[in-house]
Every structure is written in C-alpha cells, then in structure tokens.
Write a protein that binds this ligand. Sequence first.
Ligand SMILES: [Zn+2]
Length: 566
Amino acid sequence: MKRSFNLAAGVALLAALAPALRPAPPAQKIYWGDSVPSGWNGKWPAKYLTVAEKTGYTRTASSTEVLEFLDTLRWASDKVAIINMFTTSQRRTGAAAVLADPRIATPEEAAKSGKTVVYLQGNIHAYEPEAKEALMMLMRDILLGKRKTLLGGLIIIVCPNLNVDGTDTLSLSEGTPHLLGSATNAQNVNLNRDAIRVDTAEIAGLYRTVFNRWDPTLVYDGHLMGRVQHGYAIGYATCTVPAAHPGPRDYVFDKLFPAVREATRKTFGLEVFTHCETDDKWPPTVWSHEEAMWTTEAKFIANAYGLRNRMAILAETPGHESFERRIYAHYALIAGVLDYAAAHGQEMRDVCRAADRAVVAAVEARAATGELRNFVAGTYGSYGQVDVLVYKEPNVSTLIPGTSVRARIAPHMLGAPELVRGLDFLCKPIGTVEARVPRGYLIPAELGVLADKLRAQGVKVEVLAKPVKASGEEYVVDKVGRGRSGGYSMIKLEGGFAPSQDKEFPAGTFRVDLAQPLANLAFYCLEPQAADGFVGWGVFEDWFKAAGADRRSVVYPVYKYFKIAE
Ligand SMILES: [Zn+2]
C-alpha cells in the first residue's frame, strides 16, 4: 500500500512537470530527391500489384494492362462500375472506373447519394505515366486497402489512362520507365490542348461520358514536368483563366491547396507547392506560373474546367526524379486532395452551386443593357512575397560513368534544397482585355460546327423555330492575323464592335442563351477576341477565307444580342 501511495505521488509530480519536461516533437522527416519511405505501397498479393510495382519501377502499364488491372479490381470488389468513355481510331477503348460504396453506375444515383463526385485522370500525356501508376495503386487501396473510408463521402471516378493510343506508341527513354508512350494521340494531337477545340474522340468522350453527365465537383489531371530547379516533389495549379468565376478557383487556391500542402508534408514527408519555376538568377527573384508554362488561356483541361464553375487541379512532378518517387508524389498529393474533399465535400459543392447561380443571375440582371463584362485575355499578377525551396547548383544531366546513359538526377539534388526568401509570387490571374457579355449569341445555321462544339462541352444550344429580331453588337473583322501564343500559332483578329439594331434572323438559326451555368465557357469559346477561343483555334478559318476576309473587312458571323424580340 505504501509503495503504491508513493508511486501515485510520483506520477502526480511528473504530470505537474510535464509541460516543461516533454521533449519537443521529432522534426518531420522530409524525403528529398529520389527518396521514398521503404514499403510505402504496402504488401499485396501478386495479382494486385501494378506493372510498375512488379518490375521494380522500370516499366509502366500498357493500355491492355490498365484494362486488365481494372478487370482484376472489378472481380475483387462490388464497389466498381466501368464507364466506356470513347473508342479511338485505332480501336482502343478509354475506360474510367466509378468507385462508390454502395456501387453506383449512373449520375442519377450519384445525385441521390448526396456524395461529392470527383474525377481523377492520368496519362493524358502518355510519356508522363506516373499519375497513371499512382491512380491504379490508389484505386486498389480505396477498394481493398486502407483508404476505404474515402467512399463514405466521395464518389471517385478514375481514368488512369486517357491517351490510350499514345500509351502504346512506345520509344526508348532515358532512365525509368525504359519504354515510354508518346506526347500525343494517334492523330498527333496534344490532348491537353484540345479542351476548347474538342477535335479528338478522347476529349469529346471525356466531356460526353464524364463531365457533362456526372458533373464532378473537382477534377485532377496528373503530369510530369521537365527538369526543374525547385525543391518540391510535385507542383499544383488550379484554373487561372480570368473569365472563370473566381469562387471555385479561389477556394482551391486559398483553402484546399494550403490544407493539402500541410497534410502531404505531415502524412507523406513531402514538400509540395504551386506549379511554378524561378527565374535563372541566383538568388532567384520570381516564383511564377509562366516560368512553368502554366497559362491564363483555356486550352488545358484543368483551365477549361474552371470555366464550368467547378474546381480543377493540374499537378506535375519533376522530370529528373526517379519513377518510383514521381509515382509516390502523385499518390501523396491525390490522397491528400481526396482526404480534403471527403471532409469538405458539402462546402465545395456549395461554392460551385453558388458560382452557378451568380453567373446566371448576372446575365439575367445586367446583360440586356450591355453593362455586364468579362475578360477575354489575361496575365499573372503578384500575391506578394513568398519563400521557396530551390537548388542553387544548376540541374544538369550527366552521363552515368562508363556508359552512354544519362543519369536522371544530379547528385546535389538528392539532398535538401535551400530556402530562398521573398520571391515575387506571380500566380494571380488578372484580366487584361474585356468584352461585353451579351444576353446570348445567334449563330447562322450553316455554322452548325459551332453548335456541335458547344454542345460537346455541355453548353445548351437551341434552334430558332421562327424568325426573330435582335439588337446587340457585331464585331467587324479588319484583319485576320496570326500570333504565337502558348506555344501555338493562333489566329488573332483585328477589328472592333459596332452597335446593331433590329437585325432579322431566320428560323433554323442557333441561339445560345447565356442565362445558363456554362455562360463563361460559351462566352470564352465564342468571343472573337478570346485568347484561345474558337477563333484562335482556327474553327472559322474556312469561313473567313470564303468571306474574302483577306481582302476586305467582314462581319464576324456570330451575333451578340442584348435583346431579342420574339
Ligand atoms: Zn503533361
């Protein structure tokens, strides 16, 4: 008894002293360069291992092997439904898996479930297969492993392998994987430049079967960057098109990204930050999206998706790091994003719905008078100063001694980078050119291609059953020129708007009423001065030629109406 009395007193004394004696928590271990925690992918029977895991991260899955993996999961779990998104010209199928508990196969069931729909995509650039591999591992871990609880709040649609033709067009690569797919699809189109133009079966299928039907609150698109100078395991960006409603994109940038950054450091030991690069100076002075080829134009899936009042993320891993490390980085970031979405799904959906309502309300209240405006081009402004992890020594590639093989990572990049303070944080989308937002557009019947492209993106387009008179403004094209923008030769118009009264339009004319949630998307596609709308992508090229626009001024064929008399 006496001893236990003394013991209790001792415990009480220790408890009183505890705040002073408690050791500081161990510093968070951060994995730099090529390193990853050993055994991070867990222990799985052979049939559940991905090609990358089975081959020590020297190979990546072919399109057939991705389908086989989906098939394995489908037989092992009753929480999978498959969406056939498209068939390519080479007769390959693009597939996405809908993961839900209980199983959900239609958007109607999804809406009834009250859960948040997210869409995750890999391999739009088939020579960047790390997100594809990470997504296959995540699907397995969500269905059969330690991430099952995510399906309590989320419906997760996963397309690990969007560019199915590019995936199987193999060439030898430096480092791992030893065999890599191509950047483009079988028509040699870069699918991540097709978001507005919608020329490919792949992007048309993505819109038709996933975006327009399931309306995901959040979209994640996984990529690889070239060699970078910064010290982050992965960089993330959201939509930065100034024409997009700021609600969803600001939410991702201001709330989701900081929370996920913190969680990724804590849970996975990785430093992650915005998809940026520094300038070439030492010490560097800017940390900017433009240095990493991110843009305010809408040609990228993640940028175009923001024009739909929804949330989007593009993420890129450093190209010089090992394949396993790049897979780990995507895995970690996506897991962090999913954890966040599972906890904040209702709030995220509320932000998106509020943006839908605000877009429609603005058109209804202010478009008829011509006072409503939106941006057709933009640039990046500063968020202020930011501290950034950067390597001082240049990231040069060297030969592995005694071989003709290039080493991927420079030795100094296996260690910790330096923290450079006070860089100019150039990521804030700023509109530079404005245009009036009309109540709607009237498109001549012979330009049905425009109606098709808008409908492919989910925009509501009607056909006039009887003639109407409309008043608004017309764009007079003085010159059809070209300019390089975002790495592409784009068409750029010179001209100006002129007011127009009581113009008649016959039955059969297409009408796009902008009082719809996709108003900003339709505006960006149809405005003649938009940085990379339909005009920029050459959709009107034949029309301009036929109209003689190379010899004289012509009126842009899409009419902007403020008022319509029916
Ligand atoms: Zn890419």
